[in-house]
Design a protein around this ligand. Structure first.
Ligand code: FAD
Length: 491
């Protein structure tokens, strides 16, 4: 097939790719986007999200101008604590154990607000995530955990709106076009890619190539090789298409591997979920209300502090803890007291692994756990619960004493029938390791020199997240660095 020429090639079809493509078009570049997936599976992990997007604000007034579909009365009874640049910085430092790349992290935090405003200007609709990120306390919606902004229509709506914006702005999108090779000239300047489209292999040339094809979480062999034993049996929460081949091609070409290659984002995911993401149910196999419940393994033993922090700050590391348990299985326990506070979309999704009984012993029987062991664990926990006012919207300090691990917040005795259990396993979201980029999203070689013509953004980039991750930062990452990559690539 004849060679084709563009100013900018964007590899991938998720949020980072869309951000790069639009930013490049804004500068007048001709842009082709090469998406590996067919149209009905396009959009990568971004499609699977709840579209929760972490951004900074001093008050509700900062977000108000970009919100759609909000109820004025709800807004009047909303308490939204400020989430400033300092808060976001502190979260990045704390959760990554001080390892996040300082320059990239500064940019992520500093441009989070301008990136969501920029997408608003392109037609993306934002709302406040009442159901997922607030609790109603004393008649008012109290937001918690630094995360409030969400895309209208969740990930499906986000990708639909971003795709519309890309097409309206002149981006050419090709589906079923996996990139199988990167092309560089004798001086190491990247000049194009080889894509394997429906009509066969084709060389496409460009002045710049932006890689936004995600991590390697969907490849079991790469998971086992980089994350370690048993990661090959983890379930994949999102797209089956993020298999890391473009990332490896970039490294073969000289890109510097960077970041936490043995680390990833993984969460409590329904044990009955399919091996890779379900395009209809998307994120609904998540089970993220555990801070108000208990988690036990197959032996009926607790193994994490469920109430260590808000869900947004623990969920991304607890998947790995479940993977370490016998059979890579755990059970979340709730009762009539906590059931009304569960995230309804997650706990009522079709096919979830749900057990219900009038007593702990009967519940254990149904779960296939030793009744005596589970009764002992729950009895010891109930006896350890301290008095205090339960409040899920703040870290209420209502914890346990004398048991290990403790439950540090939101501890209430588990004894109000009906008792509920949900079976969960480890669901991997995305991998943390990737290539190194500079502040303009140029890919760096092993001597920290930019590889001419090569840019990267999103999950394929390493250095931002280590060990853990502040919920809602993945989309912000793609928007901030995708926009930078597209802008610089076009220039
Ligand atoms: C269930 C779930 C829920 C989530 N919820 C949230 C949330 O609410 N908020 C948040 O911030 N983050 C969330 N995340 C994380 C978030 O999805 C990612 O951090 C973010 O979407 C990554 O964007 P990306 O563009 O880098 O990658 P992706 O969106 O994964 O896009 C990668 C793209 O590359 C394509 N591709 C792969 N290989 C090739 C190839 N060889 N050639 C061409 N194209 C290729 C893929 O098909 C895909 O389109 C969630 C993830 C999952 C799975």
């Amino acid at each position: 097939m004849p060679e084709q020429h563009y100013d900018v090639i964007v590899v991938g079809g998720g949020n980072a790719a869309m951000s790069a493509a639009l930013a490049a078009r804004e500068r007048g570049a001709s842009v082709v986007m090469l998406e590996k997936a067919p149209k009905d599976e396009a959009g990568g992990n971004s499609f699977f999200t709840a579209a929760a997007t972490r951004t900074t604000f001093d008050s509700l007034d900062d977000l108000r101008p970009i919100l759609s579909e909000v109820d004025e009365y709800d807004l009047s009874i909303t308490d939204l604590p400020p989430y400033t640049v300092d808060h976001f910085h502190a979260d990045m430092q704390r959760l990554t154990e001080g390892r996040c790349d300082p320059e990239l992290s500064d940019i992520l935090v500093g441009e989070s607000a301008s990136a969501v405003n920029w997408w608003h200007s392109k037609g993306l609709k934002w709302t406040l995530m009442y159901a997922r990120q607030s609790f109603k306390v004393d008649g008012r919606f109290k937001f918690w955990g630094g995360l409030a902004l969400g895309g209208v229509g969740e990930g499906k709506g986000l990708i639909e709106q971003e795709t519309q914006a890309a097409i309206a702005n002149g981006v050419e999108i090709r589906y079923e076009s996996p990139v199988v090779d990167l092309i560089a000239d004798e001086n190491g300047v990247v000049t194009g890619v080889v894509a394997h489209g429906p009509e066969g292999r084709q060389t496409i040339r460009a002045k710049s190539v932006v890689l936004a094809s995600g991590g390697f979480e969907s490849d079991p062999r790469m998971r086992a090789a980089h994350l370690g034993p048993n990661w090959d049996v983890a379930k994949v929460r999102g797209t089956a298409h993020n298999t890391g081949e473009v990332l490896m091609k970039a490294i073969e070409l000289g890109a510097q591997p960077y970041g936490h290659w043995s680390g990833c984002h993984s969460i409590a995911w329904d044990a009955a979920a399919p091996p890779t993401g379900d395009w209809e149910l998307t994120h609904r196999f998540s089970k993220q209300s555990y801070p108000i419940g208990l988690i036990v393994n197959r032996d009926g033993e607790r193994f994490v502090d469920e109430g260590a922090d808000f869900r947004n700050y623990t969920y991304a590391k607890y998947g790995a803890e479940i993977l370490k348990q016998p059979g890579a299985i755990a059970y979340q326990l709730y009762d009539a007291r906590t059931a009304p506070l569960l995230r309804q979309d997650e706990y009522t999704a079709p096919g979830v692994s749900r057990y219900e009984a009038a007593s702990i012993g009967d519940l254990a029987e149904k779960m296939g756990v030793s009744p005596a062991r589970l009764e002992r664990t729950v009895r010891e926990y109930n006896e350890a619960v301290q008095d205090g006012d339960f409040n899920p919207a703040i870290k209420d300090g209502k914890g346990t004493v004398g048991i290990a691990p403790p439950k540090s917040n939101w501890a209430q005795s588990l004894d109000a029938p009906p008792l509920l259990a949900f079976a969960v396993t480890c669901g991997i979201t995305f991998t943390f390791g990737g290539v190194k980029i500079d502040r303009d999203a140029r890919v760096l070689d092993r001597a920290n020199r930019p590889i001419p013509g090569l840019y990267a953004a999103g999950e394929l980039v390493g250095g931002l997240f280590y060990h853990n991750y502040p919920g809602g930062s993945g989309l912000t990452n793609g928007m901030v660095f995708g926009r930078r990559a597209g802008d610089h690539a076009a220039r």
